[in-house]
Ligand binder design. Sequence first.
Ligand SMILES: [Zn+2]
Length: 105
Amino acid sequence: MICTPLSERTIKKTRKNHRCGWCDEQIDSGSTGIPYRSYIWEDGPVSEWMHPECRGALNRASYDEIEEGWTPGDFHRGTTDNINDDPLPDVWRPSISRKDEYTYV
Ligand SMILES: [Zn+2]
């Protein structure tokens, strides 16, 4: 996969809420020091905000973990722990079959 960077900077203070491009948790408006970047991926241009700790996790991630790209929410906030590698709680197994219907609370 080829990622073509367009721009990268740190947002001093966000004016709107954003979803983190790593953990998919909300980044509240008014957050400070938020890493932002834009790039061209397979489907076109992408604008991406991240928690500072999530950008740190991205920087720590091995090439194998991210070379094929990822979907926001694949990783826990601030970590390189891919949720797809975690065993799902047994209590959720019987009634729900599609993984994308799980809600982490
Ligand atoms: Zn995050």
